[in-house]
Write a protein that binds this ligand. Structure first.
Ligand code: HEM
Length: 563
């Protein structure tokens, strides 16, 4: 009874507010932030869609499930224009597809802050939000300490400054060399197997190992899933760090949802206690690194830079004049860097790998560029500063993949004040407490900005020839029409980190004469049939878990063979 009353009251209140904007409106009866609904939405709606006529085809079946934005692409905006409102019982969601308006939304960071209670890095937190509305939201991602992702105001400014200081070119150089080494070993493993159904988890390993080196200065060799299964748990603290981080990442929903003190209870199932043990061990490891770093700083030691080291050093230097990060903030940020930098990269890499397997001509196109840049120079001598900027085609593959499959949906809101926004030349007033969803699924595929083949995966759309010297350059998209790493003051500080990691990996994989293709599903499946099967898997079997990802990449094993 209360639920129905709350729903009706919420919808009426939000409808009244939405009408004041003067744009098209659609309704859904269940908040997209409702945790129980997101567990069953697809199943329930696939049943309701079978009902005849409007009973089976309406806003409820179209918009009331997680991930509809990617499936819908630009259709809703074509029907309703560049701005419309989805009224839900909890909040109004304003969908925006006008590049100028989007640009202004991102630039006006103070007017349109990130709703930190929904933190973009973890959609599941939205769910926690509705479950416990009185919960101190910012504390949820603060498992290890306050951090850049949950901070606001002055605290965020200090943390952002420190973060930007740490994500520097020296660090990118480490990302480069570590990615080269790991990708070389990954390729050795891939090409030694008749077929690979573990590409997604192997790419995840690669991304985690790059983070551990560039984040903490700890290097680990690439290991396949089999390697991992046969290894005994090591007493070595560095190996433990990696295992505990992996456990934390794989179970972050549990940790964030239940809280670290709860999962410590001795009567809980072993799995939860293991997760807690991983949390304790990760914390202990960070504490020891922190102490090491502080001691080294005190005696003036220097060494290879990494994110942790840079943060500790900058904080110690600033501590003298009262600025700097606290110890807890350093832990918090290290965790968030790992959290924000791991699956984002790994999922984008997986999408890209499957797109490449389905597009052999793009592999040739990459090979051509890589060959032009490196000639016969061995990988050990590849130079970040000289070579990375020239690998434009390799980078275009990442842009094109993220254009179609944005792993992290950015959301802004108007907080406690109504805000004017010019949309299509009209000044609209967006009421306080409105969520604003840049329609990334739409603006990044709208034929107005991307041409008639906007739904095809074609990295070459990101390449132009420079007018001056005829060299290839990355095309700058129509302003405001691409925001895969977000934009403005709160954009992704790990953007270049992910570029470097991706480009280095591509360069290693496609430098050689090895090419990747889908393994045939039955003996006489034609290569064309296999490719369209893979494209179909990408399009129809992707969805939001923590982030947008391919749900079952293992269903299409890949084969590496010599050309
Ligand atoms: C392909 C890879 C990546 C993509 C597509 C991506 C995308 C994004 C996006 C869209 C945001 C803004 C989220 C929001 O507004 O809610 C963001 C924030 C963030 N990202 Fe990334 N990211 C990637 C890789 C990385 C890496 C490798 C790191 C670190 C090593 C990283 C660290 C962060 C952090 C710390 C924030 C929060 C910034 C703040 O609140 O000021 N990201 N990322």
């Amino acid at each position: 009874g209360t639920f129905v009353a709350q729903t009706v009251f919420g919808l009426a209140r939000n409808y009244a507010s939405a009408r004041t904007i003067g744009v098209p409106i659609r309704f859904i009866p269940i908040s997209p932030l409702n945790p129980f609904w997101t567990l069953v939405d697809r199943a329930v709606l696939s049943f309701i869609r079978r009902l005849p006529g409007p009973l089976g085809r309406n806003s409820f079946t179209r918009y009331n499930w997680r991930g509809w934005e990617v499936a819908d692409r630009y259709r809703s905006h074509q029907e309703m224009g560049d701005i419309w409102v989805l009224v839900t019982p909890f909040k109004n969601w304003i969908y925006l597809n006008d590049p100028d308006a989007l640009n202004s939304l991102f630039r006006r960071g103070n007017d349109f802050p990130r709703p930190v209670f929904v933190t973009g890095v973890c959609c599941w937190l939205e769910n926690v939000l509705e479950l416990t509305q009185d919960f101190p939201f910012a504390a949820i991602l603060d498992v290890f300490g306050p951090n850049i992702s949950t901070a606001e105001g002055q605290a965020w400014k200090t943390q952002r400054k420190m973060a930007m200081h740490s994500f520097n070119e020296q660090n990118n150089e480490i990302v480069w060399s570590e990615s080269l080494t790991l990708a070389t070993d990954m390729q050795k493993y891939w090409t030694s197997m008749p077929s690979i159904d573990t590409a997604a988890s192997d790419l995840r390993t690669l991304s985690l190992h790059v983070l551990s080196r560039a984040g903490f200065g700890k290097s680990f060799k690439f290991e396949s899933q089999e390697d991992r299964k046969t290894q005994r748990p090591s007493a070595n603290s560095a190996a433990n760090y990696k295992d505990s981080l992996q456990t934390i990442m794989e179970n972050c929903v549990l940790i964030l949802g239940l809280g670290t003190s709860f999962i410590a209870q001795p009567w809980l199932p072993k799995k939860l206690r293991d997760v807690h043990a991983a949390y304790v061990s990760f914390r202990a490891y960070m504490t020891s690194l922190y102490e090491e770093e502080k001691a080294a700083y005190a005696v003036g030691e220097t060494g290879e830079p990494n994110l942790m080291r840079s943060m500790v050093r900058a904080s110690q230097a600033d501590a003298k004049d009262g600025g700097g990060l606290t110890e807890a903030e350093i832990y918090g940020n290290m965790f968030v860097f790992n959290f924000a930098g791991h699956d984002t990269t790994a999922h984008s890499f997986t999408f890209a790998m499957y797109f490449l397997a389905a597009n052999p001509e793009v592999q040739e196109w990459l090979h051509e560029e890589i060959h032009r840049v490196f000639g016969d120079v061995p990988v050990e001598d590849w130079d970040y500063r000289a070579n990375f900027p020239r690998l434009k085609r390799c980078l275009s593959v990442l842009y094109e993949t993220i254009r179609l499959y944005v792993p992290v949906p950015t959301i802004k809101w108007t907080a406690d004040k109504a805000q004017p926004l010019v949309v299509g030349g009209r000044t609209l007033v967006l009421p306080a407490s409105s969520m604003i969803a840049p329609s990334y699924g739409s603006v990044q595929t709208d034929p107005r900005f991307w041409g008639p083949n906007s739904l095809n995966w074609d990295p070459s759309r990101f390449i132009v020839k420079s007018a001056e010297d005829g060299d290839e350059e990355l095309r700058v998209p129509v302003r405001g029409s691409f925001h895969g790493w977000s934009d403005g003051a709160r954009d992704c500080p790990g953007r270049k980190f992910s570029h470097v990691e991706f480009v280095a990996t591509m360069a290693v994989l496609f430098r050689s004469n090895w090419r990747v293709k889908p393994a045939p599903k039955y003996p006489d499946e034609s290569p064309e049939a296999a490719r369209s099967r893979v494209l179909d898997l990408i399009e129809n079997d992707s969805g939001s878990v923590l982030l947008l990802q391919m749900l079952h990449p293992e269903r299409a094993p890949l084969v590496w063979e010599k050309r």
